[in-house]
Design a protein around this ligand. Structure first.
Ligand SMILES: Cc1cc2nc3c(=O)[nH]c(=O)nc-3n(C[C@H](O)[C@H](O)[C@H](O)COP(=O)(O)O)c2cc1C
Length: 208
């Protein structure tokens, strides 16, 4: 297969925060945008995939294959075990464009903000910081206490994009997927990658 010059690699992290669907749609959208994805899911992330998506998570690679048919086989999507701190994405010498953690738990957020990298998720994020690569975090929790907010501020000061899982209503969402797509679109805007996941304010067809 010929690798296109425009095709880049992104690390996607799915943690144990609510909103696993965000991460799944992000993977689909990155692939549709002709990007390659390296995926890492925390133990709690697998639990939430089971709770929210009804996934059978005892066979994780099979679960990914079922959700994304053909993508692993074709090399577009690679699942890394979170315990594999020797994985490619644990090293700064492995070329990736950046990392998006979507959704991000307060636990993972805290680890990254304090330089604790004791699993692949937090190590890969630490690599983004040390290498000066893109790191986008989509935190999901409510209400937020001062430690959560301070951790977000710490990371924002390091150049991390904090994109809270906050829905908007100005574009007329009708379904959960509309709301998920809005947030995924906001992430893609930052990479930046073209998409039509949500209707932009001021677009002709807006009709408001
Ligand atoms: C169904 C479910 C939903 C959860 N939602 C959240 C959430 O929205 N935000 C959060 O910070 N933690 C949430 N948690 C708790 C985290 O999963 C927990 O703190 C876990 O230790 C995070 O681990 P991780 O950061 O390694 O994924 C949830 C747990 C479950 C089981």
């Amino acid at each position: 297969m010929v690798e296109l010059a425009s095709r880049k690699r992104w690390v996607v992290g799915i943690t144990g925060a609510s909103g696993a669907l965000y991460g799944l749609q992000l993977i689909r959208s990155l692939i549709e945008a002709d990007q390659d994805v390296h995926l890492v899911v925390t133990e709690a992330g697998w639990r939430v995939l089971k709770e929210e998506q009804g996934w059978e998570t005892s066979k994780r690679q099979q679960a990914i294959d079922a959700a994304f048919p053909g993508l692993v086989e074709s090399g577009r999507l690679k699942l890394h075990p979170n315990a594999d701190i020797g994985a490619s994405i644990a090293s700064g010498s492995f070329r990736v464009e950046g990392m998006i953690i979507m959704p991000c738990s307060m636990g993972t957020l805290a680890s990254i903000a304090h330089g604790i990298s004791d699993d692949l998720m937090t190590r890969a994020a630490d690599v983004m910081l040390k290498e000066g690569r893109k790191l986008l975090i989509v935190p999901r929790e409510t209400p937020l206490h001062a430690i959560h907010l301070e951790n977000m501020l710490t990371l924002a000061k390091l150049g991390v994009k904090i994109i809270p899982a906050m829905p908007a209503f100005y574009y007329g969402p009708q379904t959960i997927h509309d709301m998920v797509n809005f947030l995924v679109g906001k992430v893609l805007d930052q990479l930046p990658l073209d998409h039509d996941l949500y209707r932009r304010w001021g677009d002709e067809q807006h009709g408001v």
